[in-house]
Design a binder for this molecule. Structure first.
Ligand code: ADP
Ligand code: MG
Length: 703
């Protein structure tokens, strides 16, 4: 009965009606009273204070409230320029009030009364303040209203919503209409124990005060309570999911390390593994022997050697008669994995095949057959791997490289490739802080390769202004003379954006003039090219036939050209730091000193300068990721968007980092004491968790 009221369709709310309801649903996803209740304002305008005119500095854009009297008003101008201008005084000074619309109505109001509280945003002309279309309140209205109106909520809307009559004012109006009707039915879902221990206000109070706070203090408390709820239940859901997965998902048991692994390790491994690589292999080994399905995230800075680590694990799979696959986000990257892995396994009786969209149907049939009868041991490819008709005999392990390019659904398909789901190893070079990783990647366990192979020279990074471009050209010539190769990367916001391509083409022309044939050879790669063309250009660069490769960010992930020592990033200020770090990781892969040169226009915002300085100051991907997070928030981290895990209404996983850790610990404590949430004191908690799970089913199992 009580729950039903909150589920009332929004059109039944007084003041809404069918047309506005349509807009609310389409534009803002508000279908019920409950949805509206959880549509939080992004900020409030403080109306608790009445200002004095002589104390307000004549600056634009402040929200001010004055109490006083209209002393004089007149109509000025003709037709479309017609406006009503009033002089308003509070005894300390005078301002102007201006109306362009509803003039008749204002005139009528002014004919009736002259004393008002006015509220609006300042504009300034000749050092004098004016308010355009201010709110006019009679002092009595404010003290008689059903809810305190001292803080006016501001709500986000869309352009279309505004056209449909749903602007911030309208939302606050219907909110005001609804809240008194429903406060009595809002049910608490935290236990009294948690509320007391953490000094929280009740959910009912929080929801009323988040929209119409009684005071600044109550607004703060409401925000804290709602953030706490969001984060706590997120963590509860994650940890509960982890428990379920661990309990329920049986995994293939790789019981032994056999000849394939040992022979490769002892005879063919071209270098000594780093300690971090060894440790990670042990961690993975433990998972693979446990009888539970592995879901592990392998983080490691660019160049830390994730591929060989994965390959060794794949050989353990082979030792146990299982097939494996590696899925990479682009054709180039997949091909490169195929080549390097085939080469490493050259003298081993292991069959490796490559599959992508461009593989012709005869070869494709052959691959399908080999997968079906178990003749193929390792399949490497793009997302062509997850198409329906790709069927394995016995897929035991799936490795996903540079995971952020894949959506959750694609990963889910991979899961279904076997009756018993394969173990999943997700590799990423985008390091993110632990609390964030735990939240973004659901129930993945995390391993970190926190060490680079020995003998790598740190890459030298410099920020170069456009005015010094000639020196850049000089440096490029020197490097080419030494036999080295150079990447030049142009920003690409969306592959479809013509502008970006123009940038690249203009760059190509300039470079061609500076580095003419036959002395120099330049290649170019971008997203608009056909796969074969791209491949052709990449191959030329790999073989050293071109010494400069111009590209958009297609180059970004994984590509390995040890002879390339210079990475030049054009318009570097347009990239995120983590992305720049990825690009930088394309050089410094051989023994030579490498350089990353960040080009920008001459006049740069201090914010951009600061970011680029951070790039120059450190080569540590984790440090950079942290810096980027603090500066830009988590929305820019690749991969977080798809996960849907950061769609918080009010919490901010970076700003509220402490609360994330805190609620995670609390959730763990709760589940340790009561794993199935059956204790009486956890009844409400369990009920709410159940509701959430119904709305947003589990994503953890498909990571
Ligand atoms: P990433 O982690 O960025 O994917 P890769 O797996 O491509 O890095 O490895 C980068 C380079 O380092 C490769 O050329 C690889 O052969 C080499 N490498 C990997 N591990 C080691 C090691 N322990 N010692 C020396 N070189 C290594
Ligand atoms: Mg890689």
């Amino acid at each position: 009965m009580q729950v039903d009221l909150l589920q009332t369709p929004i059109e039944y709310l007084k003041g809404v009606g069918p047309k506005r309801a349509e807009t609310l649903k389409k534009e803002l996803n508000i279908f019920t009273y409950n949805d509206l209740l959880h549509y939080y304002p992004y900020r409030h305008i403080d109306k608790s204070k009445v200002h004095r005119i002589n104390e307000v500095a004549p600056e634009e854009g402040q929200y001010v409230q004055f109490k006083g009297r209209v002393t004089h008003y007149e109509l000025i101008g003709q037709q479309r320029a017609k406006r009503l201008v009033a002089q308003f005084s509070d005894g300390t000074g005078t301002i102007e009030l201006v109306w362009f619309n509803s003039i008749k109505w204002i005139e009528d109001t002014l004919a009736e009364r002259r004393d008002f509280i006015v509220f609006g945003r300042t504009s300034v002309f000749n050092r004098k303040i004016s308010l355009t279309h201010p709110e006019l309140l009679s002092p009595e209205v404010q003290s008689n209203s059903p809810l305190p109106l001292k803080f006016q909520p501001l709500y986000n809307t869309t352009d279309k919503a505004k056209k449909g009559g749903i602007d911030s004012k309208m939302i606050s109006k219907i909110m005001l209409q609804m809240i008194p009707q429903i406060t009595t039915v809002i049910q608490e879902h935290l236990s009294a124990e948690i509320i007391d221990n953490h000094h929280l206000i009740s959910l009912k109070e929080a929801l009323a005060n988040i929209h119409y706070p009684e005071s600044k203090e109550m607004l703060d408390k409401a925000r804290l309570r709602l953030k706490f709820d969001e984060l706590f239940f997120t963590q509860l859901k994650l940890l509960k999911g982890q428990l379920l997965t661990k309990q329920n998902t049986a995994g293939h048991i790789f019981s032994k390390v056999g000849d394939y692994f040992n022979t490769f390790y002892n005879k063919h491994l071209p270098f000594e593994l780093t300690n971090a690589q060894k440790r990670v292999i042990k961690e993975i080994r433990a998972d693979l022997g446990s009888g539970r399905q592995m879901n592990r995230l392998l983080q490691g800075d660019v160049g830390s050697g994730k591929t060989i680590t994965a390959l060794l694990v794949m050989l353990i799979a082979k030792d146990n008669d299982y097939q494996t696959c590696i899925m990479a986000p682009t054709e180039i990257l997949a091909a490169q994995h195929y080549e390097s892995i085939s080469k490493l396994l050259e003298d081993m009786p292991v069959r490796v095949e490559f599959l992508s969209g461009s593989i012709k149907s005869a070869k494709r049939r052959e691959i399908h057959e080999g997968l079906g009868n178990g003749a193929i041991d390792i399949l490497i490819g793009t997302h062509a791997l997850i198409e329906e008709d790709v069927k394995f005999k016995n897929l035991g392990l799936a490795v996903i490289d540079e995971q952020h390019r894949f959506g959750v659904e694609q990963r889910a398909k991979l899961w279904k490739k076997n009756k018993m789901p394969p173990h999943v190893l997700v590799m990423t070079a985008t390091p993110i802080p632990r609390t964030l990783a735990m939240t973004v990647y659901g129930d993945l366990d995390v391993s970190v390769i926190n060490e680079l192979p020995k003998g790598r020279k740190p890459i030298i990074t410099r920020h170069i202004y456009e005015r010094n471009r000639l020196r850049l050209f000089g440096f490029m010539r020197e490097q080419i003379k030494l036999g080295r190769q150079i990447f030049v990367v142009y920003p690409l916001i969306k592959e479809s954006e013509k502008m970006d391509l123009l940038d690249l083409m203009a760059g190509y022309e300039a470079m061609s003039r500076e580095f003419p044939l036959p002395e120099y050879a330049i290649g170019i790669v971008h997203g608009k090219m056909k796969a074969e063309e791209k491949d052709y250009e990449m191959q030329r660069f790999l073989k050293g036939e071109t010494s400069i490769l111009l590209s958009t960010t297609v180059i970004e992930v994984g590509i390995n050209v040890p002879n390339a020592t210079v990475m030049i990033v054009e318009n570097a200020e347009r990239f995120g730091l983590s992305q720049l770090h990825q690009l930088r990781g394309r050089v410094g892969r051989g023994g030579e000193q490498s350089y990353c040169l960040l080009m920008t226009k001459d006049n740069l915002s201090s914010d951009s300068r600061q970011r680029l300085n951070a790039m120059c100051a450190t080569n540590d991907g984790f440090e950079i990721a942290n810096f980027d997070l603090k500066l830009r928030g988590p929305g820019d981290i690749q991969g977080t968007q798809q996960s849907g895990m950061l769609d918080f209404k009010i919490a901010d996983i970076i700003q509220d980092e402490k609360l994330v850790a805190y609620t995670r610990n609390l959730a763990r404590d709760v589940l340790t004491e009561d794993p199935d949430l059956t204790l009486p004191k956890n009844r409400q908690l369990a009920a709410h968790l159940h509701e959430i799970m119904k709305e947003h089913p589990f994503w953890g199992r498909i990571s």
